[in-house]
Design a protein around this ligand. Structure first.
Ligand SMILES: C[S@@+](CC[C@H](N)C(=O)[O-])C[C@H]1O[C@@H](n2cnc3c(N)ncnc32)[C@H](O)[C@@H]1O
Length: 285
């Protein structure tokens, strides 16, 4: 069965083989009209068309904020279609709103923004593509310093390029370094924030990734490096490729930290899969 949607300005035609079986008129994110030829109704073609319109307008992207509207349906089939795609009646029209999912890394950034003051010394212990390093540079401000590291040269190069492109070459720099030896890089008690985003380099082979043993050494060293009031942020991963050992080892380590010296938070996304990224925070007292 060959399905195709042809678009001409705001007018969409759904073809089955060479027969036009449905149409939609759309103005931006407003669906003005949607119809399936009567002989083809009740067979999922309306869903197919709506899904495609949503997809083209970013409505299926969990990272985008979207708001679609459509006319109120005239019959039960139309109402069922609207319910299937989470449209609700509002002000004489149907409306479908999507708020982007909060990611573990965003949560981590938001937490650090609240608890870390600008102008200090920050470490990115897994710089990867440099997103977290750039975030730490923005947080640090022109008077702060960010030292980033990675065991892969391409990650270090990418991060340094992004720092230069963003005008942060005087604030931050990335070096080729194993975070397990982090203690040799900085003096104890001098660091305001250490950020770990474990796992592998996004977009690269998955063969190089952080490990339970190296990560535990790095977490211990990071806590020694923090000054009182300093914050450690870590996003833990598990799954088919990296397994569960690193996540469980890090969790056991965090849970064993004495309450008299540290505040520890494990921020589970409770209705996500068990393998969802897990943001954790340690505040040194
Ligand atoms: C999920 S990525 C980090 C993403 C990155 N923070 C960003 O914003 O793009 C994990 C990174 O950790 C690095 N890594 C793994 N083991 C490491 C180690 N022992 N020391 C330093 N970096 C390591 C990997 O090479 C990879 O680039």
């Amino acid at each position: 069965m060959y399905m195709q949607i042809k678009q001409e300005k705001g007018h969409y035609t759904l073809y089955k083989e060479s027969e036009a079986i449905g149409t939609a008129v759309v103005d931006g994110a407003a669906i003005l009209r949607l119809e399936i030829v009567p002989a083809w109704r009740g067979r999922g073609y309306g869903s197919y068309l709506v899904k495609e319109l949503l997809r083209r307008g970013g409505g299926l992207d969990p990272k985008q904020a979207t708001r679609f509207t459509a006319p109120l349906p005239r019959d039960e089939a139309g109402r069922a279609l609207a319910r299937r795609f989470d449209f609700v009646a509002e002000g004489g029209r149907l409306v479908r709103r999507r708020v982007p999912d909060l990611s573990a890394v965003e949560l981590c950034h938001e937490f650090l923004e609240l608890h870390v003051t600008p102008g200090g010394l920050y470490l990115d212990a897994t710089c990867g593509n440099g997103n977290d390093t750039l975030f730490l540079c923005r947080l640090a401000g022109q008077n702060g310093r960010v030292l980033a590291m990675d065991i892969q040269q391409k990650a270090v190069d990418r991060t340094n390029k992004r720092l230069t492109d963003a005008g942060y070459e005087k604030v931050g720099r990335a070096v080729l370094y194993d975070h397990a030896k982090l203690g040799k890089l900085v003096q104890p008690g001098k660091v305001d924030c250490v950020l770990f985003n474990f796992g592998w380099l996004p977009g690269a082979e998955h063969t190089v990734h952080s490990t339970a043993q190296g990560s535990l050494s790095a977490l211990c060293a990071a806590l020694d490096a923090l000054r009182p009031g300093g914050v450690l942020g870590a996003v833990l991963y598990s799954g088919k490729v990296i397994g569960d050992a690193e996540k469980q080892a890090a969790l056991a380590f965090f849970r064993s930290l004495p309450l008299t010296k540290y505040t520890v938070l494990v921020c589970e996304f409770a209705n996500w899969a068990d393998t969802a990224p897990l943001p954790c925070f340690v505040i040194k007292k």
